[in-house]
Design a protein around this ligand. Structure first.
Ligand SMILES: Nc1ncnc2c1ncn2[C@@H]1O[C@H](COP(=O)(O)OP(=O)(O)OP(=O)(O)O)[C@@H](O)[C@H]1O
Ligand SMILES: [Mg+2]
Length: 251
């Protein structure tokens, strides 16, 4: 079943068309990729889905409800169902790791503090960090650890949909690979739909259940990695950094 449906979305900034009548669906429980070159409108789509940016033309449905026509209560509920790790999302430098994870729980729930602390510690471990990291400050963490804390903060509120905008940007290849594995594990452990925007395709293309590629205001491709490989299309092979070995085997 689809959890999010984008129907005939058109977005223009001044005279520049960013999305020209695009439609796609995201199924419940999948890891869905929104791919495309810089400036192709990936972040803008996410901002429109999470209602941070106005939908100019077309519709976005969440569980079959048009998100532009929600009551105040319904849009509040929607905000609780969505969680995101923004492209340039940062931790609060004046809060330690545990306090950073607790921020969302304090903001979005009325739980007593001892329970909030327990949930924060559980999520800290879920993203592969240890209790001994809880009282460190962001300046004492590596890039990969910071991303993990931001991820723990995003999942602590138990969203239905998690949006990750360039989650591995700034990480070295091996930390990026570990982070992608973590995303896959989280999907298995939690009942989550994950929408990920990424440039970093070497490893994650195999993790995505399905993806779209935005190009020149349109969807240039929709499907999974196997479908892309089967197409024998040079644009897809270049874009997805598909390599062929000497026997013609692609990966
Ligand atoms: N609020 C806005 N007002 C005017 N122009 C905007 C606005 N938001 C985005 N744009 C423009 O729309 C285009 C698409 O932006 P967007 O951030 O969605 O791209 P992106 O695919 O996420 O790129 P990147 O990979 O670099 O993050 C860009 O040219 C950007 O400058
Ligand atoms: Mg972006």
């Amino acid at each position: 079943m689809d959890i999010i449906k984008v129907e005939n979305l058109t977005t223009k900034f001044d005279d520049r068309t960013i999305h020209n009548n695009i439609s796609f669906e995201i199924n419940e429980g999948e890891i869905f990729g929104i791919l495309g070159g810089s400036g192709s409108g990936k972040t803008t789509i996410i901002r429109q889905i999470v209602m941070l940016q106005k939908i100019q033309k077309g519709k976005i449905l969440f569980l079959n409800k048009d998100i532009s026509n929600l009551s105040i209560e319904e849009s509040q509920q929607l905000k609780n169902d969505f969680s995101y790790l923004f492209q340039f999302g940062a931790l609060f430098s004046f809060l330690n790791v545990l306090e950073n994870i607790e921020v969302m729980l304090k903001e979005y729930t009325n739980l007593p503090y001892d329970l909030i602390e327990k949930i924060a510690l559980t999520n800290l471990k879920l993203v592969g960090l240890k209790e001994e990291h809880a009282f460190l400050y962001p300046s004492e963490l590596s890039g990969g650890m910071k991303k993990r804390v931001a991820l723990a903060r995003a999942i602590a509120i138990e969203p239905k949909v998690l949006f990750l905008d360039e989650p591995t940007s700034g990480l070295d290849p091996s930390s990026a690979e570990q982070f992608n594995e973590l995303i896959l594990n989280l999907k298995k452990m939690l009942n989550l739909t994950i929408i990920v925007i990424t440039h970093d395709l070497t490893t994650i293309k195999h993790t995505l259940d399905r993806f779209i590629i935005l190009k020149d205001t349109k969807i240039a491709f929709e499907g999974n990695i196997q479908m892309a490989l089967d197409k024998n299309d040079s644009f897809l092979e270049d874009f997805l950094t598909i390599k062929k070995d000497k026997n013609g085997h692609k990966s």
